[in-house]
Design a protein around this ligand. Structure first.
Ligand SMILES: C[S@@+](CC[C@H](N)C(=O)[O-])C[C@H]1O[C@@H](n2cnc3c(N)ncnc32)[C@H](O)[C@@H]1O
Length: 313
């Protein structure tokens, strides 16, 4: 099992060509370490002047960081935790300002393919979905204990599922017959509602699984928090790169960047600016960058990726 890093060259080039790393030591934070693919390339290409501080909330990802510590002594460290707590994590490690931040959000192939983690309807396992198995409630508890209204809201808000209410009703009726505790049992129950599902491009449970994962890990809130804290921490000239994999995340990133790039908002007829608002960032690549066809062919998981980047002014 392996995780193939997405938009690797593009993201590393953007991060390393922002602020000049010549002469001065720089710190880049990879807040989604995963299998360490992006971190390794940053350390290889950044040379001795670039240190990488990585973060991951998944203990299995943390355990994968040992090789990098050996290969790049003194230039790499991993902080276990949620990137929503960026300030606390960096303060505790004695790190002040940073020169780059990478967020390659979502799941790694390690997490998706490990049935025991319960992220994928393709691999049988307990319906868990917690990135950090020690924090929060597993997806099975949400499925077993929530009422129809709550489930409908979760599927609609975090999965944009058009049949949210019908699926929620079917779950509540189904769990009375037999508890829904595994990935397959939930996927089969949803698939049963769609007679010709094998003909469709996507499995009918795709959106529900996405919604549950986002809800269980409170992913959108964590993203909002790290965007603001990360921008605050960046040195002028430092860059932030975010790779997202679905429209909910991408919309959030796009609107945060757009808002931060906005300068004076006074009406044109006002001769002197009274709002005092100045752009905090410059947007790099508008619209977002998508993987090239050859990357999608090599790594089909990259097909929905969208990279957005800014430079702090
Ligand atoms: C797509 S993978 C990153 C892959 C990595 N760039 C690589 O090349 O190997 C996303 C990783 O981010 C982690 N993650 C997601 N949300 C997180 C959060 N709020 N805090 C810390 N880590 C998070 C996941 O556990 C996962 O390991």
């Amino acid at each position: 099992m392996k995780h193939v890093p997405v938009l690797l060259q593009e993201s590393v080039d953007i991060l390393l060509s922002g602020r000049s790393f010549s002469g001065d030591h720089g710190v880049i934070v990879d807040a989604t370490f995963g299998g360490g693919g992006h971190t390794r390339r940053l350390l290889e290409l950044g040379g001795d002047l670039v240190n990488v501080v990585a973060i991951d909330r998944d203990p299995a990802a943390v355990a994968r960081s040992a090789d990098l510590k050996k290969d790049f002594p003194g230039r790499f460290q991993l902080l276990p935790g949620n990137f929503a707590d960026l300030d606390q994590l960096l303060d505790d490690a004695g790190i002040g300002r940073i020169d780059g931040l990478l967020l390659d959000i979502g799941l790694s192939s390690f997490q998706l393919e490990e049935g025991e983690r319960g992220f994928s309807f393709q691999n049988e396992g307990p319906l868990d979905m917690r990135m950090d198995p020690a924090v929060g409630r597993p997806a099975s508890a949400i499925i077993q204990e929530s009422d129809v209204e709550t489930l409908t809201r979760i599927f609609r808000e975090f999965g944009e599922e058009p049949y949210a209410a019908a699926i929620a009703r079917k779950i509540v009726a189904g769990r009375r017959q037999k508890p829904l505790l595994t990935t397959r049992s939930l996927a089969l129950l949803i698939a049963d509602m769609v007679p010709d599902y094998k003909q469709s491009r996507r499995h009918p449970a795709t959106r529900v699984f996405q919604a549950l994962r986002i809800f269980v890990n409170d992913e959108l809130k964590a993203l909002e928090e790290v965007l603001e804290a990360g921008l605050e921490r960046l040195n002028p000239g430092g860059r932030m790169v975010v790779i997202s994999y679905h429209s909910l995340e991408d919309r959030l990133v796009k609107s945060f960047f757009r808002e931060a790039a906005k300068g004076c908002i006074c009406p044109p007829r006002v001769p002197v600016c009274g709002c005092g608002r100045v752009s905090r960032v410059k947007i790099i690549h508008r619209p977002g960058l998508r993987p090239q066809p050859d990357e999608i062919e090599r790594n089909p998981r990259s097909r929905s990726a969208c990279l957005r980047a800014i430079e702090k002014l």
